[in-house]
Design a protein around this ligand. Structure first.
Ligand code: CO8
Length: 260
């Protein structure tokens, strides 16, 4: 499918999805959100894709937020609908059966930071600046940020970031546990691709079930989470991938996983 605001490239089981409207700092308007929903849905169905990288075009921004110019004139009903549309994209990323890694190459603000946080983990460039400036516009985060951030960095740090609207550096985000690694801008995509390729080389069903167990477990009691983990673990023993993975270890050869 052709997109006006996105680039999709796939190589070696890794898809790179680039939001491509650098003149507006890759801001999320209704059209971009609609395209993201379609592209992510398609990538989720594509069995040849084992991991997805999400990044922004240009040198300045990952995504500088929801499109303020589009939002400015919205009615209460339209604002609600817009919020739900953005939340659908965030939830879709979380529910995808393959990992999505955010390569945060510049500003990740408001809806842009919500998008990055919806991914399974974030690598950032030293140029990245992260924050929730919504309060400076008289609104709150609306694509799930108030819910997601505190679960990742804890209530106190989430409060400080959201109440002040300030931006933090990539190093601070690393120290706060929002991003996993920080790299020089010219290294970022190479490093993200390296990690995505490592994920693409292992058992795709195992990765998918692990993603499900970790994400679902966060919304369960520990005991229910243990039970859920055990049931997924059991199901994997009915797959060809488990036979292949363990067989290859015993036969001292590289496993050839089929995702079955
Ligand atoms: N929306 C629309 N346009 C934007 C946005 C944005 N979020 N960010 C940047 N742009 C545009 C600018 O308007 C400018 O366009 P033009 O050249 O036509 O004037 C162009 O991108 C370049 O921007 P700047 O000239 O401002 O570039 P600077 O390098 O000086 O500054 C910043 C970069 C710091 C990123 C600055 O542009 C900025 O502060 N942008 C706004 C950041 C922001 O407030 N983001 C949060 C938006 S609100 C949000 O995301 C809510 C999500 C949930 C919504 C739920 C609804 C219910």
């Amino acid at each position: 499918m052709e997109f006006k605001n996105l680039l999709v490239e796939t190589e070696g089981g890794v898809a790179t999805l680039t939001i491509n409207s650098p003149r507006t700092m890759n801001a999320l308007n209704s059209e971009v959100l609609g395209e993201l929903e379609c592209a992510l849905y398609e990538l989720n169905l594509d069995q040849s894709v084992k991991a997805v990288i999400l990044t922004g075009a240009g040198e300045k921004a990952f995504v500088a937020g929801a499109d303020i110019k589009e939002m400015a004139a919205k009615s209460s009903h339209e604002g609600h609908q817009f919020g739900l549309k953005g939340q659908r994209v965030m939830l879709l990323i979380e529910k995808m059966t393959k990992p999505v890694i955010a390569a945060v190459n510049g500003y990740a603000l408001g809806g842009g930071l919500e998008l990055a946080l919806a991914c399974d983990f974030i690598y950032a460039s030293t140029k990245a600046r992260l924050g929730f400036p919504e309060v400076t516009l008289g609104i709150t985060p609306g694509f799930g940020g108030t819910q997601t951030l505190a679960r990742i960095i804890g209530k106190s740090r989430a409060n400080e970031l959201i109440f002040t609207g300030k931006m933090i550096t990539a190093d601070k985000a690393l120290a706060w546990g929002m991003v996993n690694e920080v790299y020089a801008p010219e290294e970022l995509l190479f490093k993200v691709r390296e990690t995505a390729a490592a994920i693409a080389s292992v058992g795709p069903l195992a990765v998918s079930y692990a993603k499900d167990a970790i994400a679902s477990g966060l919304n369960m009691s520990r005991e229910d989470g243990f039970r859920y983990e055990a049931s997924l673990f059991g199901v994997l023993f009915s797959t060809e991938d488990q036979k292949e993975g363990m067989g290859a270890f015993v036969e001292k050869r590289k496993a050839e996983f089929k995702g079955k």
